[in-house]
Design a protein around this ligand. Structure first.
Ligand SMILES: Cc1cc2nc3c(=O)[nH]c(=O)nc-3n(C[C@H](O)[C@H](O)[C@H](O)COP(=O)(O)O)c2cc1C
Length: 450
């Protein structure tokens, strides 16, 4: 079944019909106030938030879009949150190429002179010590200077002036495109896109082996082609139903301080990064601005759902006893691994293998099949009730660390593994308490449909 949404606004409308949206009608400023509201609400509930009155702008802001798996289920057009990962996995093997059209709604309002990014859209300033307003949900598109193949990813972007930005291209494929353009002393043409349909958004952050066009992948996830239009001033196509597009060129070889910016890992990060000049901005008539608050729950959810689909097959092949893996935390820093234990040292063996297999997780917690890896409360409980430091803790040092981890020294980190599985003997002590299964099923049916 093709996924139902072509753009952000129709997705938001559908979520509103399902009462998944909290509408805020109090006027709030894009400088700190909307970010504060997104953080406050992130800790209190898991709804999408729509800010209808944004100080200094007529553009509404939508945020916390993927705070729960129900949003993702809606995006895929499946009934339950439990179907999301399998659906992603299945559809991510399909490729449907995009279609290019002569024009489209994204070009509803065209600005080519006297540009002023912050007057045109409510770019948020998020954390107290941030260097200024940042795009944190923007998809940057560019072409491989050698092959012309398209590449994209979410990259943080600091607004440095009316038409000047700083951009962090630290991951492939765009980091490689930049290196090639720099080596030739040529500018890299980019299009920055804000506000797209939910599955294109997910495709943009999927790890795609070099040479795979993420628009083909997005088409596969959607079950229908992504619709594109040609860029106005750059040789890059952009989604036809996007809310905003900025086009520009990255200056070859130039680096300037970018940041501090409060990152997904919960700490500030300052980097020497390239700068670009924006030549052209266009947007839909009555656009909606998509905000992503770094370090909120959705950061972890979107990272996890694409990571799990990409990596689970590889893990299962190496470790058949693994039944489920879930990355916890806003950058996937802790992997909760569920195993079907057959031998007493299975937990330790899995930890040792995962140290190599899952470079992104700093911590690994291995649990039994009666512990739900998607539920942090369950994992915490297992780490209390089935783990002893002196027999279940493994550590390793000198591993590659994350730039988002302030405690990593010189790019290196130590990693830890907690074997929170029960031993194979003396099982009575480890039995989980629960009301009878029949009572749980009965109330679930009654209350969930209420
Ligand atoms: C919320 C979010 C923010 C990101 N910000 C950046 C960034 O500022 N710079 C960067 O190089 N990559 C960033 N990424 C990673 C890339 O967008 C993209 O996920 C990556 O190219 C996919 O490959 P990977 O999984 O190997 O990183 C971000 C990803 C997410 C989910």
């Amino acid at each position: 079944m093709p996924a139902p949404y072509n753009d952000l606004r129709s997705f938001v409308k559908a979520l509103a019909r399902r009462r998944e949206i909290l509408k805020i009608d109090v006027e709030l400023s894009p400088v700190f106030e909307i970010a504060a509201a997104l953080r406050h609400l992130d800790r209190r509930n898991d709804k999408v938030v729509l800010f209808n009155k944004v100080k200094g702008h007529t553009v509404p802001v939508v945020g916390n879009l993927f705070e729960n798996y129900r949003s993702l289920a809606e995006a895929f057009g499946v009934k339950s949150a439990r179907e999301v990962s399998d659906t992603y996995l299945r559809r991510s093997n399909q490729r449907i190429p995009p279609r290019v059209y002569a024009s489209g709604p994204v070009k509803g309002v065209m600005l080519k002179a006297n540009l002023d990014i912050l007057k045109t859209m409510p770019v948020l300033t998020h954390h107290e010590k941030d260097a200024g307003p940042y795009f944190s949900s923007a998809i940057t598109l560019a072409r491989d200077p050698d092959t012309g193949i398209r590449g994209m990813g979410i990259h943080r972007i600091q607004v440095k002036g009316k038409d000047k930005i700083g951009i962090f291209l630290g991951t492939p494929p765009l980091s490689r495109f930049l290196a090639l353009a720099d080596a030739r002393g040529q500018p890299l043409e980019i299009a920055i896109v804000i506000g797209v349909d939910p599955l294109l958004f997910l495709a943009s952050i999927t790890f795609a082996p070099e040479g795979i066009d993420k628009f083909d992948l997005a088409g596969g996830l959607r079950g229908k082609p992504v619709e594109l239009v040609k860029g106005e001033t750059v040789n890059v196509e952009v989604p036809r139903h996007a809310e905003f597009v900025l086009e520009g060129r990255i200056h070859p070889g130039r680096r300037e301080t970018e940041g501090p910016f409060g990152e997904s890992g919960g700490a500030y990060l300052t980097v020497q990064n390239p700068v670009a000049t924006i030549n052209c901005i266009y947007h839909r008539v009555h656009p909606v601005y998509h905000a992503l608050m770094p370090f909120n729950k959705e950061n972890g959810i979107i990272t996890n759902v694409v990571w799990e689909a990409n990596q689970f097959g590889k893990i299962k092949e190496a470790l058949p006893q693994v039944t489920k893996v879930h990355l916890m935390g806003s950058t996937g820093e802790i992997a909760a691994v569920q195993i079907e234990k057959k031998q007493d040292d299975d937990g330790r063996k899995v930890i040792q293998a995962m140290f190599q297999l899952v470079p992104r997780a700093k911590g690994i917690v291995v649990v039994d099949t009666d512990v739900d890896v998607m539920d942090p409360t369950d994992v915490e409980w297992a780490a209390f009730a089935r783990f002893q430091v002196d027999r279940g803790l493994l550590t390793v040092s000198g591993m590659p660390g994350s730039v988002l981890d302030p405690s990593a020294e010189g790019g290196l980190t130590s990693r830890w593994g907690v074997d929170a599985t029960k031993p194979l003997k003396d099982l009575g002590r480890y039995e989980r308490i629960s009301p009878p299964a029949w009572a749980m099923e009965k109330v679930k049916a009654l209350l969930d449909n209420a």
